[in-house]
Design a protein around this ligand. Sequence first.
Ligand code: G3P
Length: 218
Amino acid sequence: MKFFIDTANLEEIKEANDLGVLDGVTTNPSLMAKEGITGTDNIMKHYVAICNIVDGDVSAEVIATDYEGIIREGMILAELHENIVVKVPMIKDGIKALKYFSERGVRTNCTLVFSAGQALLAAKAGATYVSPFLGRLDDISADGLALIEEIRLIYDNYGYETQILAASIRHAMHIVDCAKIGADVATCPLKPILQLLNHPLTDSGLAQFLADYKKGNS
Ligand code: G3P
């Protein structure tokens, strides 16, 4: 399974990249705003800065919601850097745009997906990635993991090549559950990735090993 980091924070991206397990980055307009990145020029420069850190796919989201606008913005984003994947919202004009991009070899990520039907449409339109938001479904007492399972089943039934990019991940168990289901990618902030390190028996076992070494070597 690929690990993407879901942030526009360059320090977090560098830290995750230094771990050696990072395969890419996802961003969205809220994450860019959180870092205080505003204005088209600054936003474009920030995408390039991210691409220069990580050797992998970097999702950059369009702001337009009409077909022509999505195409225009998407082509500008795609030309910024070879790592850029154009992130397109799950709306009618977004589906049309996904088809346009896929026919021209522009990689895409269909975002804000909350149902299996939406994921089916994204695959038919040729999306490279589909982003079901599992945490936001859990937040409203729906079953986010069940959605990932449904999408896996449907894509496997028909051999769709669209990769399932499990998004809105809240904690380490979400990552593990997505891996068990067979999601192709998990994207999340740095914290859930670091949580994967933790086990109390690792900590106590290491403390014991070091204490025993000290006893024999002092
Ligand atoms: O970037 C898309 C998604 O991962 C957002 O997650 O935490 O805002 O629900 P979150």
